[in-house]
Design a protein around this ligand. Structure first.
Ligand code: IPM
Ligand code: MG
Length: 367
């Protein structure tokens, strides 16, 4: 029997609900192949601050480092909005990413045929969209030093630093190019090279790296244009490679192609355990009401199987179960359009319906 060690960090708001539900699906999907998961849960973000005075304790970080993979919900909420600096729930998340060295963040944007009409965009614009956003995750303006706010001068000021080392660009570019080879073979590197020094350096570095790589077509696009192209003609994209800040913004935008940000999973990968989390936030307005869409977190568990546990078949089974559930018409509020064929469900019922669908997913004989 294969065994893996997982750490779950449900975090705040709807994070706890979606992680609980997704974990049920993941455990069930693994048990079909006699794979056992040992799970340790830790408070994280605001909840950790309330209990321990810090959004991420050293014990939590060490347990994550010692695990095979980390499944995370979401952090933050109004209750902790007054906190500053390292106390903020978001700082705990950034610390986790940095300490685990998960420098490449994969955000696959796939439009399920059943949801093509749930988006605010026209079905013909989005049906068939299949984009992989590869966002640099442990550098750039999120981490650059110095950063400072000075309020004690006549004209107060504040600044952050957007810094990239060549090695940081090359290693994430490599992940994007490797992914492109397994997809449609096209990388679009997104920057703001018409204005920013660090973007010109990003572009030069990606061009140089591409020279050593064959079989991938490289294109460059300015981030403002990319934001427009994503809603004008999203089908033009295969892999989008971009920096931390631009990737943060573009991935929220791209999420809307799928109908709801509640559909977008993510995988953060480095050289050790990966971190898997939905792209959506803690949504305090619907927390505790069994309304959240758990599909992004369930899809994140599929990525966890694929990238950290090397369980490709389990990943596919979970993805097939999600497709089956949507095809059967089950919808949480965020993707419900009121169509006759749809059934409105809560968070936990949606997870149960995915579990049902999983039972109908056939196991290959050789797995
Ligand atoms: C994300 C989130 C985080 C980020 C926040 C919560 C720090 O928006 O994962 O996209 O900006 O990276
Ligand atoms: Mg974001």
């Amino acid at each position: 029997m294969k065994k893996f060690q997982l750490v779950t960090l449900p975090g705040d708001g709807i994070g706890t609900e979606v992680v609980e539900g997704a974990l049920k699906v993941l455990k069930d999907a693994c048990s079909r192949y006699d794979i056992k998961l040992e799970v340790q849960e830790f408070p994280f973000g605001g909840r950790s601050f309330d209990q321990h005075g810090t959004p991420a304790t050293d014990d939590t970080i060490e347990a994550c480092k010692a695990s095979d993979a980390v499944l995370l919900g979401a952090v933050g909420g109004e209750k902790w909005d007054h906190l500053t600096g390292a106390d903020r729930p978001e700082s705990g998340l950034l610390r986790l990413r940095s300490e685990l060295g998960v420098f490449a963040n994969f955000r696959p944007v796939r439009v399920y045929p059943e949801l093509a009409h749930a988006s605010t965009l026209k079905p013909e614009v989005i049906s068939g969209v299949d984009i992989l956003i590869v966002r640099e995750l442990t550098g750039g303006i999120y981490f650059g030093k110095p950063r400072e706010t000075n309020r004690s001068v006549p004209d107060p000021y504040s600044f952050d630093t957007m810094r990239y080392h060549k090695s940081e660009i090359v290693r994430v570019a490599e992940k994007a190019f490797e992914a492109a080879i397994r997809r449609d073979g096209r990388v679009c590197s997104v920057d703001k090279a018409n204005v920013l020094e660090s973007s010109r350096f990003w572009r030069d570095t990606v061009v140089e790296f591409a020279g050593s790589y064959s079989g991938v077509e490289l294109q460059h696009m300015l981030v403002d244009n990319c934001a427009m192209q994503l809603i004008r003609h999203p089908k033009q994209f295969d892999v989008i490679l971009t920096s931390n800040l631009f990737g943060d913004i573009l991935s929220d935008e791209a999420a809307m192609l799928t109908g709801s940000i509640g559909m977008l999973p993510s995988a953060s990968i480095g050289n050790g355990p990966g971190v898997y989390e939905p792209v959506h936030g803690s949504a305090p307005d619907i927390a505790g009401q069994d309304k959240a869409n758990p599909l992004a977190t369930i899809a994140s568990t599929a990525l966890l199987c694929r990238y950290s546990l090397n369980l490709e078949q389990v990943a596919r089974d979970i993805e097939q179960a999600i497709e089956g559930t949507l095809a059967a018409g089950y919808r949480t509020g965020d993707i419900y359009t009121g169509d006759d064929k749809e059934t409105l469900t809560g968070t936990m019922e949606m997870c149960d319906r995915v579990l049902d669908a999983l039972e109908n997913v056939e196991k290959p004989e050789t797995a």
